[in-house]
Design a protein around this ligand. Sequence first.
Ligand code: ADP
Ligand code: MG
Length: 309
Amino acid sequence: REAKGKLPRYPGLERWNLVEKMGDGAFSNVYRARDSQGVYNEVAIKVVRKFEMNSTQEVQIMRQLDHPNIVKLVEFSEARQYYYIVLELCPGGELFHQIVRLTYFSEDLSRHVIVQVAKALQYMHEEAGVVHRDIKPENLLFYPTPFVPTRNPKPRGPDDEDKADEGEFVKGVGSGGIGLIKVADFGLSKVIWDSQTMTPCGTVGYTAPEIVKDERYSKSVDMWALGCVLYTLLCGFPPFYDESIQVLTEKVAKGQYTFLSPWWDDISKSAQDLVSHLLTVDPDKRYDINQFLEHPWIRESGEETNAAA
Ligand code: ADP
Ligand code: MG
């Protein structure tokens, strides 16, 4: 936690009292802030250096979006050197840190999380005509409201045992759990051209095939990422990893991943089936968002069992 005195002052942001730095991405500093006029609750302010990145597209897209699983834009302003993107605050922070904290999520907790991300994607892909293109645990934020899974994760791999001894597997799974999930960071997002109806530019008939094709695939980019997130939630490590970027790139290109033993031994075949339909190299064969939401593993919600417990 950074001390108050160390927080910078930004020109034009006088209304907001910065409380703490919440995160820094590649091109932004994000602060928790209070409204000195008392109109808004606490917010998150993403400060972007104009020199490094143009946020106008990001903000323009966010303005169009209205969904419970997407971080809301509160206000946008700019100074000579900065963009200020005032956002709904997600007090739980990044899903990423929760994976690290819990080592991995139970199937019920994973489902609870991934369904919400999928609902946001369904809204983006099917209603808003937007692709996110940067779905990853760092960009998935949450509200820490209680969720009670049917069972706590047990240690599985050799490394997991140490953490089990510290009680990590129980801590935070119940009442300290994850409530509402919000998709954040539209810095790489894009509007997709709807070849059926209207395009953002107006006319339809003049769109080149590579654009149409490109956009057909852009939704599937989010679905691949969704598969990577689901894989990571279930076992605690990503499907593709290598120290060398070259080797990693090659593995991704070939879709070379495995359900690594012993970590995947106790994870249901149904969950593995769903993951494999997302981590499919051919984008035409990869599940789209509706196929995802109709898969048995998603539909067999753990809710009945939860209610009984
Ligand atoms: P970047 O494009 O630099 O990655 P992000 O929008 O992802 O910027 O924000 C960077 C980090 O700041 C996030 O990963 C998260 O930790 C934090 N953050 C961003 N927005 C919020 C928010 N609305 N509530 C809480 N934390 C946030
Ligand atoms: Mg980010």
